[in-house]
Write a protein that binds this ligand. Structure first.
Ligand SMILES: CC(C)(COP(=O)(O)OP(=O)(O)OC[C@H]1O[C@@H](n2cnc3c(N)ncnc32)[C@H](O)[C@@H]1OP(=O)(O)O)[C@@H](O)C(=O)NCCC(=O)NCCS
Length: 149
């Protein structure tokens, strides 16, 4: 099996990240999503297998003390082999290195796989945001207190 490398996004990864966005989130215009990530994202980390991007995670600053995960996905064929955990761990470490004491995110109430992964890393549900998604689904607001670790 080829080695998985988690590294910073570079512009040559655009096409692969756009493809994952389309596949995973059914993005109508993945280029627009990437524009958002590049505009608001502090870091975009990618999982690279032999030059092919199979997953990514985007974080942003909320304020000086807190950060947020704004997008996170692994291509379906590559799931359940620890790539999501590697990306999440690297994103948490990166935000920690910036002195953040809290990381927040939103997740669909139906998305138990992602919720379980976040819980494994210490995130806790701190609230519910009604009809957060465009299809009307609610979101859980989850928070990781880095001071707890
Ligand atoms: C959430 C996501 C990024 C996880 O990626 P991944 O590479 O599969 O993550 P991992 O391999 O590290 O697995 C994480 C956990 O999920 C579990 N898992 C993965 N796929 C699963 C599935 N289809 N059913 C049940 N559990 C599953 C794994 O068992 C693992 O738990 P464990 O470590 O206790 O065994 C990926 O499922 C994904 O892209 N989902 C769609 C987009 C999404 O939900 N993004 C987050 C939005 S908030």
């Amino acid at each position: 099996m080829q080695t998985i490398v988690v590294r910073d996004y570079s512009s040559k990864d655009f096409k692969d990240v756009a493809e994952i966005d389309k596949e995973v989130f059914n993005a109508k215009n993945p280029a627009y999503d990437i524009y958002i990530y590049l505009t608001y994202g502090k870091d975009i980390l990618v999982a690279d297998i032999g030059g092919k991007i199979v997953g990514y995670i985007v974080t942003m600053d909320l304020d000086q003390r807190s950060g947020k995960i704004i997008s996170f996905a692994v291509s379906e064929k590559f799931r359940n082999r620890g790539i999501g955990s590697r990306l999440l761990k690297s994103a948490i470490e990166r935000l920690k290195s910036y002195g953040k004491s809290q990381i927040a995110l939103e997740v669909r109430v139906s998305n138990k796989v992602a919720q379980n992964l976040y819980k494994k890393f210490g995130f806790k549900i701190s609230g519910i945001i009604p009809e957060y998604y465009s299809d009307g689904e609610d979101a859980y607001y989850m928070v990781l207190d880095l001071g707890d670790q």
